[in-house]
Design a protein around this ligand. Structure first.
Ligand code: URA
Length: 230
């Protein structure tokens, strides 16, 4: 339960004075009844202004902990997709994964119906870093961080942007990239003579995967997480 004027101010981006004025004018309802008491303690989900629910959110933003064996597509006749993992209460038209992980890659996938947001997350020009935890078949050479920082040239001649690599075990590393070329991490290691044996995306920008999500589970992004990505 929260004060009515606070709810109205936050939900409709109004100053407290304008929120109070709206309430006093009779424009605000609680559970369908007009309420003119600014200090009334009410449940936000029961509040509306001019009939528009205070909790109305145009778009949906989900954090999914992708398991292995699921593809990052909106639909597939043959394979299980990340959208198939979205529980019924969040199902809606137009949901898609903002960025793709390979079928065998696990971890953070953002699912949304907001195309502009997805573009901003994915465009290399926006510099939103994606963080990956990587395990390799052979020891990670000590000079690999410098090579990644200089920009790796893939076998087909494609040049990657500078990437940060931190060695965190004999055959383990954390890599941050700002672009999303096809199989990029695997190909960056391949170009340096190593194979990736396990790959997990652990963060998008400053938002880390919620480790309390079991593989296959998702939850809505919190307001502060969304803020960090907007
Ligand atoms: N790089 C890869 O090689 N695979 C992924 O799934 C993501 C990044």
């Amino acid at each position: 339960m929260e004060r009515l004027d606070k709810i109205i101010a936050r939900a409709f981006a109004l100053g407290r004075r304008d929120a109070k004025r709206a309430i006093k004018s009779g424009a605000v309802s609680v559970a369908g009844e007009v309420c003119t008491d600014c200090e009334a303690k009410v449940a936000p989900e029961q509040v509306s202004l001019h009939g528009k629910p205070a909790q109305y959110q145009e778009h949906l933003y989900l954090m999914l902990n992708k398991p292995q064996g699921v593809i990052s597509a909106s639909e597939s006749a043959r394979e299980k997709t990340v959208i198939d993992l979205v529980p019924p209460r969040w199902r809606r038209k137009g949901l898609f994964p903002a960025g793709r992980l390979d079928k065998d890659t696990v971890g953070f996938v953002l699912i949304t119906d907001d195309g502009v947001f997805a573009h901003n997350i994915l465009s290399p020009k926006k510099h939103v870093e994606k963080t990956y935890y990587v395990q390799t078949d052979k020891p990670v050479p000590a000079d690999l961080p410098a090579k990644f920082a200089a920009g790796v040239e893939l076998f087909d001649g494609t040049l990657c942007m500078s990437a940060a690599l931190e060695i965190c075990g004999e055959k383990e590393a954390v890599v941050k990239i700002k672009e999303g070329k096809y199989h990029q991490i695997k190909r960056m290691f391949r170009a340096n003579g190593l194979s990736v044996t396990y790959l997990k995306r652990t963060a998008i920008g400053a938002v880390a995967l919620d480790e309390s999500l079991a593989p296959g589970e998702c939850r809505e992004l919190r307001a502060e997480e969304l803020q960090l990505l907007m």
